[in-house]
Design a protein around this ligand. Structure first.
Ligand SMILES: *Cc1c(COP(=O)(O)O)cnc(C)c1O
Ligand SMILES: *[C@@H]1O[C@H](CO)[C@@H](O)[C@H](O)[C@H]1NC(C)=O
Length: 409
């Protein structure tokens, strides 16, 4: 009955319902609001929506491919959610919007000066058909630090988490079913939408969240190890720059180094610290983790210009729980020699095993240095174990001892 909806469905959400959230519980104000309307005030569109809401279950949307075949790309869903901030009046009401477009002022600071940040998180269906989002408060907090750095208004954690809940709920049939190994990828964005031509912060901001059903990044969950390249001609971030926040400009700047690595035959590039070129930082969109099995150690670089990954944080906790030594410290290039396994970690893939890292700067001396980890083309045992553990928690198959899963309701 979706075809009955107008092309732009802007559905106001009751503000009052946001004020007293039950601990660990999310409210679903939009749907209560719709259902609670009297028939006379209800339009054909909203009653169509409320009917759809009542019958919605995860994994029931009609897609162009099987759930198991999903990749990681844009696909249309029911809606995205939008909240506007205006100087003076603050955050407005959340709205669910059907069409995947934003109508933007040509002077918007996001377009001219990159006043824009984003987040990425996932929702999973458990065996009982309930849907859970993985650690949304962590993303709320990280977005807040991005906003502080770019002089954008800080959204309260509760507003962020409620918006995630509302948009996932409105798209519940697009959450891949239990057993498909897919997830609903949730992409929040916050950007300056008010016009400024002289460089200064905007007076209006747009927050939105789009959602996309995605599959396992790699078939079967873990990829066979990929070959990495040390990026030595470009820096990702300066020590006192913006590397530690998830701001849009960081990723445009990474396109070229990334593309050049791929052209040379390396699917993944590893950045060094920009000051000394001697310490490992991170891969373009994922954190670096080295495993030393003889010391039972999980090693990850500590640097002011690395993005604090929530996947990294979760795996660090799991490693600790399993009795591994967790070290967050400087990691030199030479130390690559000592790792048995190397992982690239981030929400999209969770874990990518890295089989080797090549440095080309010694090429003229006739020496192309290649650091190899573990047995070629085989996934390391610690990588496998950590990956299985975090995925089992996300799928509701292992006990969620740290309270990472938040039920959508
Ligand atoms: C988003 C991102 C990551 C991964 O963070 P998660 O919270 O685990 O998804 C790592 N590095 C960079 C540069 C990123 O932008
Ligand atoms: C791994 O994550 C933790 C927690 O977010 C962070 O402190 C650490 O610096 C991370 N390592 C890298 C390489 O980002």
């Amino acid at each position: 009955m979706r075809f009955l909806l107008p092309s732009v469905l802007a559905l106001p959400v009751l503000a009052s319902a946001f004020q007293q959230p039950h601990p660990q519980q999310w409210l679903t104000p939009s749907h209560r609001h719709v259902k609670g309307r009297s028939p006379s005030s209800s339009t054909a569109a909203t009653s169509a929506l409320s009917m759809a809401v009542e019958t919605k279950k995860p994994g029931t949307a009609k897609l162009d491919v099987a759930w198991e075949e999903l990749g990681f790309e844009f696909r249309p869903t029911n809606s995205h959610i939008k909240i506007t901030y205006k100087e003076g009046s603050g955050w407005g009401e959340p709205e669910l919007v059907k069409e995947p477009y934003v109508n933007l002022h040509i002077g918007a600071t996001a377009l001219h000066y990159g006043q824009s940040c984003f987040e990425g998180l996932k929702a999973f269906t458990h065996a009982d058909d309930e849907v859970y989002v993985f650690r949304p408060e962590e993303n709320a907090h990280r977005m807040q630090s991005s906003c502080e750095r770019l002089m954008m208004p800080v959204m309260p954690t509760e507003t962020f988490v409620n918006a995630v809940n509302t948009v996932v709920k409105d798209n519940i049939e697009y959450v891949p079913p239990y057993g498909s190994n897919g997830a609903l990828y949730i992409r929040p964005l916050l950007f300056g939408s008010g016009p400024r031509i002289g460089l200064q912060p905007a007076d209006e901001y747009t927050f939105l969240i789009l959602v996309i059903p995605v599959g396992d990044y790699y078939k079967g969950g873990l990829a066979t190890p990929v070959n990495g390249l040390l990026i030595q001609d470009f820096d990702r971030a300066a020590p006192r720059g913006v590397g530690a926040v998830k701001v849009a400009g960081n990723y445009a700047a990474d396109l070229l180094p990334n593309m050049l690595s791929k052209k040379k035959g390396f699917p993944i590039g590893l950045y060094l610290d920009s000051k000394t070129q001697n310490f490992i930082e991170e891969f373009s969109t994922s954190n670096f983790v080295g495993i030393d099995n003889s010391k039972n150690a999980y090693v990850t670089p500590k640097s002011p210009s690395v993005l604090p990954s929530i996947t990294n944080k979760s795996l660090m906790q799991i490693a600790k729980d399993e009795g591994m030594t967790v070290e967050a410290r400087d990691v030199t290039i030479a130390e690559l020699e000592t790792f048995d396994e190397v992982l690239a970690v981030g929400t999209a893939v969770v874990v990518t095993p890295v089989g080797s890292i090549t440095r080309l700067d010694l090429q003229e001396a006739g020496d192309v240095k290649r650091y190899e980890f573990g047995t070629k083309n085989e996934i390391g045992e610690t990588t496998r174990r950590l990956y299985d553990r975090v995925r089992a928690i996300q799928n509701g198959e292992a006990e969620d001892v740290h309270g990472w899963n938040h039920r959508v309701q």
